[in-house]
Design a protein around this ligand. Structure first.
Ligand SMILES: [Zn+2]
Length: 600
């Protein structure tokens, strides 16, 4: 047998393993117990055509009171197969209650919301269209401490594939990537039939068995289970097509209007060219003053694909890496716009929501050394870290500081007690003496003057205070290997990247003592798959981006090509990253340091 002959066998194995994984994610789903609630205080949101019987509603409210869930999604037991698969892909019931930083998930049938939550989130009850229901599902969970998902008796609304796109977009899910993944699996099954018909049939059987495996032993009995399973090879392309061509919801139309508005803003700016956003290059190292400065990496904007080329120089004496020439303040404003806020807010939310593991590891490092009363998170973004860390350190009060307006939203959600919007060094007098811990996670490398930030932290903390810093590691071997495609260079946002010894010396020089450091547990996702995504994003950037040229057929073609390549290339990249582990000694792409200001 040659290598290709193994394709159907590997496909069948992969399909079954993935189905078992999806089943495990749903295994925590429980049926609501028949009960009467004495209270009728929860607001109800329903999808179009969903019918929520009075007795079911009462039982669900009783369940919400019993479990303390302030938002409770009601999943009809006969939910169609496609929606079951979407649910399993988007939520792990086992960690849903614990992952406080994550967005809400559900089935789009009906949802109960505790009193007061709707007004705080500026949302409304009643019947919502799929796109709006998706957006409300994702958002409301962020305004409460406890949320749940429970199975109720059907029937599910007769939801056509046509509403799926609006629903997924409302949730903030990457619809194109999901469809690309679905079609990649389908293509593998078909290709298997062609190269090895006998084994290919086994892969086809596994493909049809997926819905049965996912639902086995769960509380769900999709009404279209047999049809959806047996006809799956035929239905999949049809479902994908219907999802892609589905009507646009008012939520999507609103986004389209925001894109048009942004285009009108960007156009005159781009007409003036982007070279004006760069200062004059310097010839010395901003860290140590040495003149031995050399080009290290030249790169482009791998996240947004905004126009412009950037270079990072490296000091041969101290190893410091810095943007040279650096961006002007107007340039920073141009390149940061719509990354974390505005048009990029949903994508940023998705990235931050997936980092609970690191949030807990950071909080745990501090918890091992001190029990802080107050903690200021500098560069807090939308407050995802404080939200998760509060569960590790229940006795600590968290405040947040950031340049963006995400801090105001974080305060509204109750994720931080107080939000400060502005530059950290400019707020030094207001903040001094108020905090036991200051954290800077992936913040220092974004600043124009890291020394000034460290000085400010020491002044604000005072003797005995702790400073927690996490930054990308410019000495990571993948940084040299992957050049401009290494995500942690993050051009053009990152201004300074410093080797760990440089940072430790800078801390010691300011009277701080390093009490803990970590590399492995600071690793920010695998480097090779990240580089594949960066390269594909430059190959076929989103044609709808308002800072791009008016898209032609070729731009759409490149986008489709990039999406089609994503599945197989990511698989190879994950495999290669794993295989290279023994040969790459210090492969962590970030490090974390905890330091204490010396007492008096
Ligand atoms: Zn230097």
């Amino acid at each position: 047998m040659n290598l290709l002959d193994w394709l159907p066998v590997a496909t069948a194995g992969g399909l079954i393993l993935n189905a078992v994984r999806l089943r495990d994610r749903l295994s925590g789903l429980r049926r609501v117990r028949p009960a009467e609630s004495a209270r009728d205080d929860y607001a109800v949101i329903t999808g179009v055509g969903a019918d929520l019987h009075e007795r079911v509603r009462s039982a669900a409210i009783a369940h919400a009171h019993r479990t303390g869930a302030q938002v409770l999604d009601l999943v009809p037991c006969d939910l169609p197969v496609q929606r079951v698969l979407d649910l399993a892909r988007s939520v792990d019931l086992g960690s849903y209650a614990r992952n406080l930083a994550g967005p809400g998930r559900g089935a789009g049938h009906a949802m109960l919301v505790a009193p007061g939550v709707l007004s705080r989130a500026a949302s409304t009850a009643g019947t919502l269209a799929p796109g709006e229901f998706g957006a409300a599902t994702a958002r409301l969970r962020q305004y409460v401490a406890t949320a749940g998902i429970v199975v109720v008796p059907g029937p599910a609304a007769a939801s056509a594939d046509a509403s799926r796109r609006a629903w997924l977009r409302g949730l903030g899910e990457p619809v194109e990537l999901i469809l690309a993944g679905t079609m990649a699996a389908w293509t593998l099954v078909l290709a298997g039939l062609l190269v090895q018909p006998a084994a290919g049939l086994a892969a086809l059987g596994a493909y049809c068995a997926v819905p049965y495996i996912v639902c086995a032993g769960t509380a769900l009995r999709p009404r279209d289970l047999h049809r959806a399973a047996l006809l799956r090879p035929v239905l999949t392309p049809w479902t994908c097509w219907r999802t892609l061509r589905g009507p646009r919801s008012s939520w999507e139309l609103d986004r389209a209007a925001r894109l048009d508005e942004a285009r009108a803003h960007y156009r005159p700016e781009l007409a003036q060219g982007v070279e004006r956003f760069l200062e004059r290059p310097r010839n010395d190292c901003p860290w140590c003053g040495s003149l031995a400065v050399k080009l290290h990496v030249s790169c482009r904007d791998i996240i947004q694909a905004k126009p412009g080329r950037f270079r990072l120089d490296r000091c041969r004496d101290c190893g410091h890496v810095f943007q040279n020439p650096r961006l002007t303040v107007a340039g920073l404003d141009f390149y940061y716009r719509d990354v974390y806020d505005g048009l990029g807010a949903e994508a940023a939310e998705r990235v931050f929501a997936g980092q609970a593991f690191w949030y807990r590891a950071r909080a745990a490092m501090v918890a091992a050394h001190t029990a802080p009363g107050t903690w200021l998170d500098v560069g807090t973004g939308h407050g995802h870290f404080p939200r998760t860390a509060a569960a590790v350190l229940p006795g600590t009060v968290f405040d947040g500081l950031d340049l963006g307006d995400g801090v105001a939203e974080a305060q509204r959600r109750g994720w931080i007690r107080r939000g400060y919007q502005g530059q950290f060094p400019e707020l030094v007098d207001e903040l001094a003496g108020r905090y036991d811990v200051i954290s800077m996670h992936h913040y220092l490398e974004h600043t124009r003057d890291p020394f000034n930030e460290l000085d400010t932290a020491v002044k604000v903390l005072g003797p005995g205070g702790h400073l927690l810093i996490e930054v990308p590691d410019p000495e990571c071997v993948y940084g040299r290997l992957l050049r401009g495609f290494w995500i942690p260079w993050l051009p053009p946002q990152h201004q300074h990247l410093f080797p760990i010894e440089n940072l430790k010396r800078a801390l010691t020089a300011r009277g701080l003592e390093v009490v803990a450091e970590a590399r492995r547990s600071a690793q920010q996702g695998p480097d090779l798959p990240g580089a594949v995504l960066a390269a594909l994003n430059l190959l076929g950037p989103d044609p709808a981006r308002p800072w791009g040229p008016a898209p032609g057929m070729a731009d759409h073609g490149r986008r489709v090509l990039a999406l089609l390549l994503a599945g197989p290339l990511l698989l190879i990249a994950f495999g290669a990253q794993y295989a290279m582990r023994p040969f790459v000694r210090s492969h962590s792409n970030a490090y974390r340091i905890l330091a204490r200001v010396a007492a008096g």
